[in-house]
Each structure stands twice: as C-alpha cells, then as structure tokens.
Design a protein around this ligand. Structure first.
Ligand SMILES: Nc1nc2c(c(=O)[nH]1)N[C@H]1C(S)=C(S)[C@@H](COP(=O)(O)OP(=O)(O)OC[C@H]3O[C@@H](n4cnc5c(=O)[nH]c(N)nc54)[C@H](O)[C@@H]3O)O[C@H]1N2
Ligand SMILES: Nc1nc2c(c(=O)[nH]1)N[C@H]1C(S)=C(S)[C@@H](COP(=O)(O)OP(=O)(O)OC[C@H]3O[C@@H](n4cnc5c(=O)[nH]c(N)nc54)[C@H](O)[C@@H]3O)O[C@H]1N2
Ligand code: SF4
Ligand SMILES: [Mo]
Length: 768
C-alpha cells in the first residue's frame, strides 16, 4: 500500500474515496478506496478519467494581467497582488466617499471537489464591506433552501435521504444512474431493482437509465411537476393516507395544507401532466403501502417550471405521510461546517430578489453590473467558477465581466471567464494542496474527508490560502508580524485558547481565515497550514452536537477538548472520517423550530393559482430542451481536455428521430437549436428514451481550448448562449434550464462548414 496514496474524486459532489498511484506529477492508476468510511471502494464510470484533471493546454502557471488590447501578459505575483490591492482600496474608498453600498461582489465558493478556498473569498467580500455573493448553488438549490427555512426554521436545515434503508425510493427529476447525487448510486439502484420487497417510482419525462429499473415510471410533460405532485398528494389525502399522528405530534398548520390539497382538481392536473391515471394510482398505492419512503430530487424539478413550489410539494410528499426522521425515510442531516448561510430576508435593491442562504441569484449577476444603477457592481471576484460558461445568458455575463472596473479570476485553468478578466491568479490544483469539500450531506451517519496533497504546487502557482493571505497583507488588513508571532506561540502552547486571543484582533470577523492560516497554520503537522480554518469549524461542530460527535469518534472527551480531538482526527485521517452519528429520533434537534411549519402561505397561494389553461408551450418554441443533461462523460467544467470523454465526444443534441425528422434532419446531421435568446449549431443524435417533443443538450461543454496551432476552438455546445436569465423562479431566481422552450431549424451552409471545421480539429485533438 506504500505507493498508493489516498485522495478523493472531484468529478461530482459525492467525492468518493480513492487510492491512486503517481509517477512524477501525474496520477497513473486509480482504484476505489475500500477503507473509505462512506464510499467503501465504489467508483463510477468517470472516476478513471480524473487523470485528466489539469492535464490540458490551459493550466495556468503565472499571474496574468490584461493589456489594453484585451490579451493577457504574464506578471509576477507581487505586481499582480499589489495592483489588485491598490484597485480594491480605491474602490472601497470611493464607495465610502459616495456613501453607497460596496460595489464589490464575489462569485464562487468552490466546485465539486474543492472548498478550501471558499472561506477566503467570503472573507474578502466581508472586508470590502459587501454582501453580493453568487455561486453555483444560487442557480440550482436556493429555492429548496428557502422552503427549508420556512418548514424547519433555518435555511441550513437541509434534507437528506436514508436510501440504503428505504423500501420505496421516489426519484423526481434526477438520474442517479448517471449523475449520482448520493453514494454508490448504481449499486443502490440495482439492489432495489433486484429486491422483490423494495420498489422505486421515477418521475421524469425521459425513460432514464434509472427509470428503466423502476416499478412505476411517470413520464410527465416537462414543466408539469407541480400539477402531478399536487395530484398525487390530493389522491393520498383522498384515501386518508396522511399520517395524522405524525402531523399532530410534529407539525403545525396541517389543517390548512390538507384543505388546499383536497381542493386540487385531480383529473385536470393529471391530464395536464399527460400521464396515465392508472399509473398515478399505482404510484399512490406504492406510497401508501411503504414502510419507509425516501424521496430523492434534483435539477429536473429544481431547474424546472414552478421550481420553488416543486421543492415544497416534494417535501409535503414525505411530511404529510409521516416518512420523516425514521430509518429509511427523509430527514435533516448534520454538518461538518454548513456550506451555506442563513439570510436576513434582505433584498437586492437592483433585482428585488431576496438573499437566500446568503446568496443572490446567479441569474441576476449581469443585471447587478449592467443595470445602470448607481449602486451597481463595479468589481467582480471569481474563484473556482466559470460563469462565462455556466451562468444563464452567456453574452450578458461576458458583457458584465467586461464592464467592471476590476475583475479577478482565481482558477487552475485559463477558463472562458478568465479570458475576460483584468487579472488571472493561478491556483495550485486540488492534487497539490490540502483540500476538502463541505458536501457532508449524509444521515444518520455523516463523513468528512481532508485530503493531503499528492504533489507540490506546480511552479508559479500558489494555494488559495497563500494567495489571499498575501492579498490581505497588501491591503493592510493583517496585524504586524510581532502580533502574528504571539498568536502562533499561543497556537503552539495552548491551542484551545487561540480563538479568544485571535478574536481580540481588530476586524477579526473579516480576516479570520487568513489570520488562522498565518498563525495556527505553521504549527500544523505535514505542512497542513491551509487546513487551519477547519480548526474553528471543528470546535463549533463539537459544541453544537457533542453527543453525535462523541459517538462517531468513540470518545467520551467533552467541552473544548472534543473540538481539539475532532480536528486532530481529521488531520490524521487521509482517507476521511465519520464525524457524526445520530440516533434517528435526534433529528428534531437539527430543526430550528419545535414543529415543522407545514403551511407556507406564499406556496399555498402559488398552488391555488396554478392554471393548466395558462400554462401551455409557446407556439414559436414548441419543444422542451433539457439544457444541461448529465451524461456518462461530462463533469461540469472540471476537465477541459477533449480526450477525457470516452463517449459523446461532440456533446450531441439528443432527440427522438421523429422530432429530428420534423426539422428535416436525421441523426449525424448538424442542426440549429433556436431559443428566444439565441441559436447554436450542434450535432444531432437519435435517442428514443426522450419523451416526444423533449430534446437534450449536455452540461459541461463549450470550453474554448488551444487548437494546437496557436489559435482556439470551442469544444461542443456553449449551452448558456441560448438560455434567458429572466426565465427564472419568482422566489429564488433560479433558472428553468431543464425546460428551455426551443425549436429546431436546418443549418445554413456556412454554419455547417464552420461546425465541421471545429469538429475536425477537436477530433484530431482527441486522437493525438
Ligand atoms: N455525469 C455527471 N454527473 C454529475 C454532473 C455532471 O456534470 N456530469 N454534475 C453534478 C451536479 S453539479 C449536479 S447539480 C447533479 C445534477 O444531477 P441531475 O439533476 O440528476 O441531472 P440532470 O441531467 O441535470 O437532470 C435530471 C433529470 O431531469 C429530467 N427532467 C427534465 N425536465 C424535467 C421536468 O420538467 N420534470 C422532471 N421531473 N424531470 C425533468 C431530465 O430528463 C433528467 O433525467 O449532477 C452531478 N453529477
Ligand atoms: N444551462 C445550464 N447551465 C448550468 C447547469 C445546467 O444544467 N444547465 N448546471 C448548473 C450547475 S448544477 C452547476 S453546479 C454549475 C457548475 O458551474 P461552475 O461552478 O462554474 O462549474 P465548476 O466546474 O464547478 O467550476 C469549477 C471551476 O473551478 C476551477 N478549478 C478546479 N480546481 C480548482 C482549484 O483547485 N482551485 C480553483 N481556484 N479553481 C479550481 C475549474 O477550472 C473551473 O473553472 O453549472 C450550472 N450551469
Ligand atoms: S460518483 Fe462522483 S465522486 Fe464517485 S467516482 Fe463517480 S464522479 Fe467520482
Ligand atoms: Mo450542481
């Protein structure tokens, strides 16, 4: 085992444990880590391709500064950080003089495998006096968080599934077979399929790989989930399937909710969803017969029509029937450190949207810059995110980046966002530093994995902790060296008392991560300085839930010593640890209110307002596009080399043959996908598993990559060229990417020639 090193996969947020062999700076072999406490050796189809991470022509090795002509030139770290700091101070002063809210905004927080840098970006936002924070979560999950806040009293009260123990799994708008979303998804789907005592319902317009293993598949018309879920709930209540005892003991407001459900015109709504009544009845039979039901949802409803309402109805499914907080049901989960925050209810004065979980909708980023408002964003800091490809309305995002007085990107790669930034700062990769994620989403046992580096930082790059520490020094935000040395001495001799000493430093709240990195950091074993921020989190976790932490660690230590023990264990476990273990009935300790507040007036109103007659596809754009489908070989924007894709090299448009034929096309042709906001040319592929009238384009393409001859070529569809940032949820502002109204058109001769040219180059890159 000596030449196998432990790490984790960063290609999706499940972060399976890996063992890898390395040669020089490369990973050459990958296998599942059987000792990993959560994934137990499991790997999916993508894991072997992690060898491609950072192995592309776009790895950054020096800070870059934009020249007046728009191209970038290399500069040294001291110059880049010095100039950035001067500009930040100028912007901060101008905001103060004009008595306006901070015009600094931050996009990021981390991707699928890396959250170690996130705390620093947020610290910078605080130090600049700003609040405007955008991220991947605020274009997929904030509607869900808003509902949780209403039901459970806190937006960090996040729901989980106990899938291993359930006897009925309800899968709504997600495809775990390809996208995972929970651990060992393929094994779980197969186990349920092969166990006569366990059943599965899938609600998805497409006959997905997961649906193929289901007992009941409801292939609803895209965008009609609220109607179908409403009808299912109404049928449950009509058959007295509500759990009266659970409702009386654990909830408030159920009378109003049940009345709203009883008023639903079931037949109309089922007809509107275009599914068979008999199939819906069969699903209801399974739900009423279930001993323990878990409901698993994702983007199909969270980026679908009526998304925040969908998130409410999906939760009502298990709350009304009392499938909550028991073995095999949904529940809340613990946190190592919460990945998002709570909001005060404050709103953006530009878009009017509420801050949810600390975020503004990513869909409103461009507006916040371009609206011409006196309090607009003037400085944009992007870390570990590629909004020029992944936020809705690419053209507007690009204009916004260009319109800022200062834009800075911290990344490992020269992304489409970096290409437009004033400064680009090269980070050490996830294999070159101590790294982790806060995707600790499991219940009743929960896990955390701090990965030690496999390699030294690539020359020219710095770990994020160091980048931000140097920046804060240039900003004059840190105390002098003598004061730092004193704190380091405290960390060495009496670590538990460090927080009290550090908190006395002026401006501590805004500089805490950097201060810990600079003072506690150097005292940590194995060069784990950048893990110092976890120390404060370990103390908070141990204080918040001492019992479950003691149980997980098998210790009786308590008080501050428990926080210390947790931190030491995390540092000493390169393969991850179990950090909390709850008893099922302790779920109620994770709520912020005594009872689930079942009646949410805004959402019950929304439910009453639903009107099938007003909710029909637009005549000009009759097709529904899943714009960002998860497939075997896509992984957000993490891997940029075309050769990593073992399937789907061009990122094809998938459609039923008859939908292609209606546009005069067939499989293999180039076709144009046209939406209200744009037109892109893509390769067509036939797929009979889609619902009639449903199309799919893949997520995770559209990278502009070196063509090998000094130029660049775009690899696969840049799908957000055709999304509309205003087609969004009224509460959360999240996009409706799973149901983009489009039509297909034949391509022009010029479009075909251009597409063919780019495709030839990409194919040659794959084969060299
Ligand atoms: N292979 C792969 N895995 C990934 C990722 C990746 O890029 N590639 N990304 C990761 C990330 S960041 C995320 S958030 C997850 C997302 O994971 P998922 O949400 O599971 O993936 P999607 O393919 O976006 O969408 C799921 C399903 O929604 C269905 N759908 C479309 N419209 C509707 C509708 O109106 N109603 C319903 N009920 N369903 C609808 C689609 O047919 C599709 O099967 O995947 C993660 N895992
Ligand atoms: N149309 C459409 N748009 C979508 C979606 C969709 O389904 N349809 N899905 C949405 C969803 S669910 C998500 S989660 C987002 C994802 O969108 P993003 O958050 O933009 O994508 P990621 O791939 O997570 O971005 C990771 C970035 O981090 C960089 N990176 C990798 N390692 C490091 C590191 O160690 N340090 C630093 N500083 N940077 C690093 C990568 O190079 C990359 O640029 O896309 C969203 N956009
Ligand atoms: S499920 Fe996700 S984390 Fe696990 S191996 Fe696959 S891509 Fe990696
Ligand atoms: Mo996501």
């Amino acid at each position: 085992m000596t030449d196998w090193h432990k790490t984790a996969c960063s290609l999706c947020y499940v972060n399976c444990g890996l063992q890898v062999r390395t040669e020089g700076r490369a990973i050459v072999k990958i296998r599942g880590d059987k000792e990993h406490p959560r994934s137990g050796g499991y790997l999916c189809q993508k894991a072997q391709q992690l060898t491609w991470y950072g192995k592309d022509g776009d790895r950054l090795t020096t800070p870059l500064r934009r020249r007046p002509d728009g191209t970038h030139e290399p500069v040294d770290w001291d110059t880049a950080l010095g100039e950035i700091a001067a500009k930040l101070l100028e912007i901060r002063d101008a905001d103060r003089v004009r008595e306006r809210p901070s015009s600094f905004a931050y996009v990021g927080g981390g991707g699928q495998g890396n959250h170690s840098g996130g705390g620093y970006g947020q610290a910078l936002l605080r130090w600049m006096g700003g609040t405007r924070y955008f991220g991947a979560l605020s274009q997929e999950k904030t509607g869900d968080f808003w509902v949780n806040g209403k039901l459970f009293g806190g937006q960090t009260c996040h729901t989980a599934e106990d899938i291993e123990e359930c006897d009925l799994l309800v899968v709504i708008g997600c495809n775990p077979w390809l996208a995972h979303g929970f651990t060992r998804a393929r094994n779980v789907v197969n186990t349920i399929k092969n166990d006569p005592d366990r059943t599965m319902i899938v609600i998805d317009p497409r006959h997905t790989e997961t649906a193929a293993a289901a007992d009941v598949h409801l292939p609803l018309r895209p965008g009609t989930d609220a109607y179908l879920l409403g009808a299912i709930l109404a049928l449950i209540v009509a058959r007295n399937g509500q759990d009266e005892r659970f409702l009386a003991e654990h909830t408030a407001g159920s009378t109003e909710v049940l009345a709203a459900l009883r008023a639903i015109p079931v037949d109309d709504w089922i007809a509107h969803a275009e599914v068979e009544r008999a199939d819906v009845e069969r699903a209801v039979d399974l739900i009423l017969a279930a001993r323990a039901m878990s409901v698993r949802v994702e983007l199909g409803i969270q980026q679908g029509r009526n998304s925040t309402l969908n998130s409410y109805l999906e939760k009502l499914l298990y709350l009304v029937t009392g499938h909550f907080g028991r073995p095999g049901t949904n529940a809340l989960h613990s946190w190592f450190m919460p990945l998002w925050g709570e909001s005060s209810g404050e709103r953006s004065e530009i878009s009017g949207y509420e801050y949810i979980a600390g975020y503004l909708p990513l869909n409103t980023l461009a507006e916040e810059v371009l609206a011409g408002h006196p309090n607009r964003i003037r400085a944009l800091w992007v870390d570990s995110s590629n909004p020029a490809n992944t936020a809705a309305d690419t053209a507007a995002v690009e204009r916004a980046l260009m319109a800022c007085e200062l834009s800075v990107v911290v990344d490992v790669a020269y992304t489409e966002t970096a290409a437009l930034a004033d400064y680009v700062l090269p980070a050490a990769s996830q294999h070159e530093k101590w790294e982790w994620t806060f995707f600790t989403l499991d219940w009743p046992k929960n896990y955390f994995h701090l990965r030690p580096p496999l390699f030294d930082p690539l020359p020219g790059t710095l770990v994020e902790a160091e980048i931000y520490a140097r920046l804060f020094e240039k900003l004059g935000a840190l105390p002098d060296q003598a004061a730092l040395d004193t704190l380091t001495e405290v960390a060495r001799t009496d670590r538990p008392s460090l927080l009290a000493h550090a908190a006395a430093v002026p401006g501590f709240a805004a500089i805490a991560p950097v201060l810990l990195y600079r003072t506690l950091g150097p005292t940590l074993p194995g060069g784990a300085a950048s893990a110092a921020v976890l120390w404060a989190g370990c103390h908070r976790t141990a204080k918040r839930m001492p019992g479950p932490v003691q149980r997980a660690l098998g210790t009786s230590v308590s008080g501050p010593a428990l926080g210390e023990e947790l931190f030491d264990r995390v540092l000493a476990a390169p393969g991850g640890i179990l950090f909390s273990e709850h008893e099922y009935d302790e779920v109620w300790d994770l709520m912020r209110v005594g009872r689930v507040r079942l009646a949410v007036p805004e959402l019950l109103d929304w439910l009453r307002r639903l009107d099938p007659a007003a909710d029909r596809p637009a005549v000009d754009f009759p097709l529904s596009l899943v714009n960002g489908q998860r497939r075997s070989h896509n992984a957000n924007q993490i891997l940029r080399a075309p050769a990593w894709r073992k399937t789907d090299p061009e990122g094809a448009l998938r459609a039923r043959p008859e939908d292609l034929a209606a546009a005069g096309a067939e499989a293999g042709d180039w076709v144009a996908v046209v939406s209200r906001t744009g037109r892109i040319v893509v390769r067509a592929e036939a797929d009979d598993s889609l619902r009639a009238g449903q199309l799919a384009l893949p997520h995770g393409f559209g990278m502009s990559i070196p063509d090998g001859h000094g130029g660049r070529v775009v690899h696969g569809p840049r799908i957000n060229l055709i999304t509309d940032a205003h087609d969004r949820d009224p509460i959360a502002g999240t996009p409706h990417h799973k149901d983009v109204p489009v039509r297909l058109e034949p391509v022009t001769e010029a479009e075909r020639a251009a597409a063919e040219h780019d495709s030839t180059i990409v194919r040659s890159l794959i084969h060299t």
